[in-house]
Design a protein around this ligand. Structure first.
Ligand code: NAP
Length: 249
């Protein structure tokens, strides 16, 4: 039997990068994949086609992760269409980098809304159904930047650190009902988010990685599949780095 056979999953922000790898890997492992995106409809269609081509089931939703009403509509439809919801990967995330003295309120709010408010929304909305099921797994994609901070990313670091406190609170609040919540903290992963970095900065990042390479989106997807599966039913409230050893506690 495949790892995620019969599981109904929702992944936010899955048209490219880490989210897309999670969606395709979950489908390969037998999960039904509902996913959201903000703007790339063509990429969303191609992801649905890619999953269906190998016999999987996928449904795309255009929904801004930072919008509570849109999130409610997505989760209502997932429950109506597929009957339950077993795992949610809160992956949608953005950066709006700037040094603090130059950072404006909009850059602060946009990053907090997309990266952190979104996690509150999906969790709050899906919890009712998961409480009835007495099972569910939340997987929240943070970042090593949320653990260590990063100059020029105070907004992003705050959002990613906030996710960690939030996840641990959820794990404590609903653990007795069989619902789990964990954080995955990627390090330097090769996606569109990181490809814009100048050569010099890239070299500095690689210098600090014991495994001496950037991670792939699949490196992150494999851990997410384990956390969504019944192989991890005694694991909750934890932070797992996927970073080639960049950060060691
Ligand atoms: P990416 O390549 O920029 O992809 C982001 C995805 O999120 C896209 O599918 C995008 O869809 C979607 N998205 C953005 N804003 C959204 C919104 N408001 N509502 C719904 N969907 C939205 O990013 P990535 O590198 O794969 O990163 C994925 C996650 O991992 C993020 O949370 C990021 O912070 C985290 N992370 C990444 C790295 C890294 O090195 N890449 C490291 C640590 C953590 P549209 O194009 O349609 O907007």
């Amino acid at each position: 039997m495949k790892l995620l056979e019969g599981k109904i999953t929702l992944i936010t922000g899955a048209t490219r990068g880490i989210g897309r790898a999670i969606a395709t890997h979950f489908a390969q492992e037998g999960a039904t994949v509902a996913f959201t995106y903000r703007s790339s409809s063509a990429k969303a269609d191609s992801l649905v086609a890619e999953i269906e081509a190998v016999g999987g089931t996928a449904k795309a939703y255009q929904a801004d992760a930072g919008d509570m009403g849109a999130t409610q509509a997505v989760i209502d439809d997932v429950l109506k269409t597929f009957g339950r919801i077993d795992a949610i990967v809160n992956n949608a995330g953005i950066t709006q980098d700037n040094l603090l003295l130059r950072m404006n309120e909009e850059q602060w709010s946009q990053v907090l809304e997309t990266n952190l408010n979104s996690v509150f929304f999906t969790t709050k909305v899906a919890l009712r159904a998961m409480l009835k099921q007495r099972s569910g797994s939340f997987i929240n994609i943070s970042s090593v930047v949320g653990l260590q901070g990063n100059a020029g990313q105070a907004n992003y670091a705050a959002s990613k650190a906030g996710m960690i406190g939030f996840t641990k609170s959820v794990a404590r609040e609903v653990g007795s009902r069989g619902i789990r919540a964990n954080v995955v903290a990627p390090g330097f992963i090769a996606t569109e988010m990181t490809e814009a970095l100048p050569e010099k900065e890239l070299a500095t990042w690689l210098e600090g990685i014991p495994l001496k390479r950037a991670g792939t989106p699949e490196d992150v997807a494999h851990l997410c599949a384990f956390l969504a599966s019944d192989r991890s039913t005694y694991i909750t409230g934890q932070v797992f780095n996927v970073d080639g050893g960049m950060v060691m506690a």
